[in-house]
Ligand binder design. Sequence first.
Ligand SMILES: Nc1ncnc2c1ncn2[C@@H]1O[C@H](COP(=O)(O)OP(=O)(O)OP(=O)(O)O)[C@@H](O)[C@H]1O
Length: 503
Amino acid sequence: MAKRTVTEENEPSRKKLKTKTGKDEKHAEDKPSTHEKKKKKDKSSKTSPGSDTPGATTSRSEIDEFMKTNTIEISDPLNKENPPAPILSFDQLPERDHILYEPLKKFPAPTSVQSATWPLLFAGRDVIGIAETGSGKTLAFGLPCLKNMVDSKKKLKPSHPRAVILTPTRELAMQIYEQLEGYAPRVSVRVTCIFGGVRKDEQREALKDTAVVVATPGRLKDLESEGAINLSKVKYLVLDEADRMLDKGFEQDIKDIVAPMPVSRRQTAMFTATWPVAVRNLANSFTQDPVMVTVGGKPSEDPRANTRIKQVVEVLDGRDKENRLTQILAKLTKESPKGKILVFCLYKKEAMRIERLIQSRGYAVAGIHGDLSQSDRFKSLASFKSGAVTILVATDVAARGLDIPAVKTVVNVTFPLTIEDYVHRIGRTGRAGADGHAITLFTENDKAHSGALINVLKAAKQDVPDSLFKFGTTVKKKQHDAYGAFFKDVDVTKSATKITFDD
Ligand SMILES: Nc1ncnc2c1ncn2[C@@H]1O[C@H](COP(=O)(O)OP(=O)(O)OP(=O)(O)O)[C@@H](O)[C@H]1O
């Protein structure tokens, strides 16, 4: 794969991509033909309970009970009265004995989001899946992707992958790749992971013979524009962390990447834990008759945190933060010397300062932020994952999606830019059914977030400190177009020129 990652290289000269795809296909993206619509409609009726599909062997009352207990809502524009039923066990997967599913045996049952989205995705429907952090979304979109590749009768054309999974950070791309690699080789499906910050040579080579590409948008666009990859045969597209991918920072890149893959000829899956109003309309333009699946209640203005995470908010004077942080770390490490602690900062410079502070107190600590080289970012992550260091200081590049085993506590030294980022940050703990703990230091500077934070705390049945109420309960409308985690991952000591994202 292009985990075949290497060191820096010079920028090669870029060729304009010459493909057969052109205007006609772009038009097709806007307006699917009646025939194509009908095809998808047929697929939708196939998934109704009682038909020959996964889920069909469970009684309606069992399904209703399951959906109620797990607060699953499924809204299908093509089948409003009788939306497709979830599957309740791995036995109900299509071709249940398929070799692809064997590694699932290590899990007791599908998670709620897998139960609800698998019947839809296996049947070829577009899906927008919204479920709490750490709930198994990667396999929710990953397994149907691999099955789709297995079922594909056509021979793979060199450099023409059939599936693309887009994700905002390099670490996340690698993590998705690693999860898929637990399944793909069993069915001889080749998966390649590409992202920026490393050499392109091996990525170009790997792209020649791959069915599935897991990528960050910038590098994929780059390789596409130089002709190393042609996306016109893509029939399965995933936007992981979909709200992040559709906000202003990535929107244009995503549009450019999907342009050669008409919406009518591809299946699109979008997954996330947070679904801000700002991106919802845009999401519709990337999908065709998507089924909306929500686990844990309909998405509201305020995102929902995983309820197994105990959230503690401490309101304090900004000048006391560092002292308080060292007290917290002393207490946490005394209680649980091996317990992993993830410390979030907003700025790169701040993260470096806090890392130094923690180091000066004698702790083994690593850092991860946008100023580090890619290999240092991977090294930090690996040593935190393995437990070689128990404290990791990070900016929001690590807020989303990263599945680090047994993070005991998340500490927010500085509040993130958006309430969605808060939910993603604390979601690094309490994963896969475990309990978690998050401590947030909140100062007057963060008061614009008090209303939204109070709502998140209340919705997750957490205590709201009186001191937080004094900042007000109004929820401010998003003011900045570039909502999202990375906006402030810039060097604030330089005059700001360009906001950079992972590529
Ligand atoms: N059916 C299952 N039962 C138990 N654990 C599972 C199951 N499916 C996946 N997992 C595990 O749950 C953990 C979290 O999964 P994953 O990383 O896909 O979460 P996520 O929903 O994408 O989280 P986030 O919103 O933070 O990106 C992983 O370690 C994964 O192996």
